[in-house]
Ligand binder design. Sequence first.
Ligand SMILES: [Zn+2]
Length: 572
Amino acid sequence: MARYSYSRRHFMGFSGAGIASLVPWPGSVALAQVNSALEPDLIVLNAKVYTVDPLEPRAEAFAVKAGRFVAVGRSEDIKSLVGKRTQTFDAKQMTVVPGFIDAHNHAPGAILLYDVIVGNPYQVEFVTIASIVDKLKERARATPPGFWVEGFFFDDTKVEDKRPLTVHDLDQVSREHPVSVRHRGGHTTYYNSKAFELAGVTKATPNSAAGTFDRDANGELNGRVTDRARNVFLNVGKRPTYSAEQILLRNRDALAFISKQFVRYGLTSVHHQGGDLFALQQVRARGDLLHRVSYEAQDDMLEAMIAKGITTGFGDEWIKFGATAEHTCDGSFSERTMALSVPYPGVEPPYQGNVTTTQADLNAWVERVHRAGIQVNCHANGDVTIDMVLTAFERAQRLYPRPSFRPKITHCTLINEDLLRRIKATGAVPAPFTSYGYYNSDKFRFYGEALMQRCMAYRSFADAGIPAAAGSDFSPGPFAPMMGMQGMVTRKGWNGETWGANQRISVAEALRVLTINGAYASHEEALKGSITPGKLADFVVLADDPHTVDPDKIKDIEIVRTVTGGNAVYQA
Ligand SMILES: [Zn+2]
């Protein structure tokens, strides 16, 4: 194993006291107290540490004090820092990497805890339509007529029956209840006849540019409704109501639950799409928040920020206002509704996806948020839409220039050379899907190899020096960072198909995407994202080294321990 020499920089966590004061000075009580105050809380030894810090990429050991890394280097040197109260963790040559960061996550804890889950949220698993109908029937039996019966985490390409879910399947659940099954991608939902009836939708109801009521070969509604067309269902049918107290209780339990799931997979920071900020703070106060939150505000919360002058960066190391929640500008990659400049291959009548905003509205929104000092964040999947959001970004920055602009493009799925150049020029940060390369390989045939060579373009971004982060979009994609890494490195899916192999990146590059680039996306790269003295002590111990295992087994590497702020928040 190579040796790595220290530099003074590696003790910068002790700065002020300086290296000299680490040497015991017998007879000096005052200095002894100083020294015990400087004793690390934790040292990790005998590890294969990938720091993701270009100044010292590899190390064997590090020390943690007051939740921060304070020294990084060789085991024998770090060992010399041990004090009476220092905990020692012998990593026995296991791999240690910075805590993983998910740059886009809906954190749907309440759905996971309380709703009917018809697919596997966390990994590839096939289900039958009969199992979906059975689960919903069971819920319907416990639900008064007229109330919604809803299923979640459906994936149209993970169905054993090898046919689409239809209105007829959902009519079997009930004709007394409106029934819906939401695709995990979040942009399409399947409804039963009762739901259509309550919403007044018939086969004669027209589609719009922002969404469709899909038909079968005979022109009848087939049950599937896309994007904004679903708005007609928002205010029909009944839903349970809860008191303010009950809502808070539910949200607290939901956030505590999802936090446990995140750290189980090695995530120590997650960019949340909105959610109950009060509940989040209560979960933290009672010690159940195990990961850090970059809170991305939407709706009323965003309006309150603008009205009251709260800007990106307000908060602390655990809960901090980041960019806005995604401002949705088009449809979905996985559900094939994103806005393309060419028709979807093989779709009749010709279809180019849904654009859910206008350039004028988008310009106005971006300008307003940007002027309020808040980092903008737009959801754009298709090349048509990425062009639109870049136009809005360029305009806002021209009118009101700001040095560290960093607008986020959530998903940023289908690019071309011109878009790449403009992303670089505006300083935009793309956050392509984390786990789709592996998880959604069964959907790429709908786009074809030519388009897939320009989708989730991690290679193009890396080559252009654009710090793309990774956003799982959970629920749409599983959030497991190791599954994400495998897909980025191999571009081979669960079904053995490889798509857009030109966009492969190395394990080292994927590690950056999943750590420091996620920190950059929320303006927190000085605080986290690498194992560097002075930064938050967030790290993950892996049972195996993704740099050396068979790339097709990266997703199976066990998370042995997840540590946030020096505290073990998950242990296998
Ligand atoms: Zn999303």
